[in-house]
Design a protein around this ligand. Structure first.
Ligand SMILES: Cc1ncc(COP(=O)(O)O)c(C=O)c1O
Length: 486
């Protein structure tokens, strides 16, 4: 049985090292099932720990005591010295409209390349590149062992760099959740993009644009009306709509139940009604219900139910003479604990695994040292009468995901290297920390010192940030700019 870990116990140190890349998995069609379903290994990391013992985050909390954020230098970002002052004076005098600040953001943050993490302006979302790369390689390795294609979902990071890591540099075969992501990745040279979201029929022209310009832009649907919409908008130049049928195998969100005769009927209609215009590529089931599990056994039971339901559906289709070449399932918990039966599918589509998070460690999907994401925050106040530290990270930098189920703010993040601390309050831009036994040692956390929060849900937290500070061993080596919007 795979190990289950709970990060609320003492966090382990972070290993830092690089692994060689693995060859990219070959896509398999369902007509040629893989015969050696060896389960992928999920074990302890193979790397030596080099970070500070007893602290999950290399050196940040201790090295940064009292460190003030370095002052931004406008000239370092390409602006003329004094430019910032000039702009603000113009605005105040009403002479010029304000510049769109988001347009200059990439230039503004460029000055932090090479900086130590403890000097960054906070709150700051950081990614440990070594860990993210290792997570990406392990997932590719699992899929290679299973003989299935990995179609990484990019919704967690929404960055070209993350997409490159996840695809092993091929830029081929991703899943996206928004049209904005689809366009962004298409612009970035990615292809074979599946919009893993019920077909937005009110935005069909945007879908058609992507279908025309990409080699393969796949859409997903779960109702006959969506198929009718596609047929009313045929593609030009001999292109066909590439369609996946969305199945709901117990997740209870989008999709048709595979036991519903209407699902078979719709698959047949996609495949047969207008073969010159529409092609049935496959069936897609996201087993998000694995997030309700406790432990690897329960996760694998759901993965098995989902896999079997999808495979039975495809077999029924085949019996009915309907070709359905592909079958894709996935979620980070299920793909972190692959079962042998998955080798009979053609694709897996997890996404969160590239960063992992507190939730995934609690589910047992990963070990604490696999979590690549942090939100750095500074202590900005001491409130001795309440025994509380005030920090500059509120829900606008963390999200409130994890606060449910009676947990409150404490569920939203753990404090790296400080299991004795609890996040007890979150407003938009403020967070409150307490000591578990009420005895806060304020001397250990001077105003200005930096703490690293391990967010409950990486996808939700990353969505709050315009830039990710990507580091190796505590030094910023890259800045990733995610796409935003829908
Ligand atoms: C439709 C769909 N496919 C795949 C994924 C990826 O799953 P995970 O985030 O568990 O890796 C998601 C995530 O929410 C999803 O909604």
């Amino acid at each position: 049985m795979s190990q289950v870990c709970r990060i609320s116990a003492t966090p382990k140190p972070f290993p830092t090292s690089l692994l060689a890349s693995y060859p990219h998995a070959c896509p398999q069609a369902l007509s040629a099932p893989v015969s050696s379903p060896a389960p992928a290994t999920i074990g302890a990391p193979r790397l030596a720990a080099t970070s500070v013992p007893g602290q999950g985050w290399p050196r940040v909390p201790t090295a940064s005591r009292g460190a003030a954020p370095a002052q931004p230098r406008p000239e370092a970002a390409g602006a003329a010295p004094g430019a910032a002052t000039a702009v603000s004076l113009q605005v105040e005098s009403g002479g010029q409209p304000p510049r769109n600040p988001s347009k200059s953001a990439p230039r503004r943050v460029a000055m932090w390349l090479g900086a130590r993490l403890d000097t960054l302006p906070t709150p700051a979302l950081t990614i440990d590149r070594t860990t993210a790369r290792r997570n990406a390689e392990r997932m590719r390795e699992r899929c290679r062992t299973l003989g299935v294609h990995l179609r990484p979902h990019v919704k967690t990071h929404k960055t070209l760099e993350g997409g490159l890591l996840a695809t092993g540099g091929t830029r081929r075969g991703i899943a996206v959740s928004t049209l904005a992501e689809a366009r962004f990745f298409a612009d970035g040279g990615f292809d074979d993009i599946l919009l893993a979201y019920p077909l937005p029929t009110t935005r069909l022209e945007e879908c058609a644009g992507l279908a025309q310009r990409l080699e393969a832009f796949h859409v997903l649907l779960d109702r006959p009306e969506a198929l009718a919409s596609l047929r009313q908008r045929p593609l030009a130049h001999g292109k066909r709509w590439l369609v996946w049928l969305k199945l709901d195998c117990g997740n209870g969100r989008a999709g048709m139940r595979p036991t519903d005769p209407a699902a078979l009927e719709l698959a047949r209609a996609i495949a047969n009604d207008a073969p010159e215009e529409v092609t049935l590529v496959g069936v897609y089931a996201h087993c998000g219900n694995t997030y309700g599990c406790s432990g690897a056994d329960a996760i694998q039971a759901i993965a098995r139910t989902t896999t079997n339901a999808v495979l039975s559906f495809v077999a029924a289709l085949r019996q009915a003479g309907v070709p359905c070449p592909h079958a894709s399932i996935g979620s980070t918990p299920s793909c972190s604990h692959p079962i042998p039966e998955m080798s009979q599918l053609t694709e897996l589509h997890p996404g969160n695994y590239i960063f992992y998070d507190l939730q995934q460690t609690q589910l047992g999907s990963c070990q604490p040292q696999d979590v690549a994401i942090r939100v750095l925050t500074r202590v900005i106040g001491h409130y001795a009468h309440r025994g509380q530290l005030l920090v500059d990270c509120g829900w606008a930098a963390l999200s409130l995901h994890g606060a449910g189920a009676g947990q409150g703010p404490q569920g939203c993040a753990a404090i790296d290297g400080h299991p004795e601390l609890r996040l007890v309050g979150l407003t938009q831009e403020h967070g409150l920390l307490e000591h578990a036994d009420g005895q806060m040692d304020f001397g250990r956390f001077p105003v200005g010192s930096v703490l690293a929060l391990i967010p409950y849900h990486a996808c939700a937290t990353a969505a709050m940030h315009p830039v990710y500070y990507v580091h190796e061993e505590g030094q910023v080596v890259a800045l990733w700019h995610p796409v935003r919007g829908w």
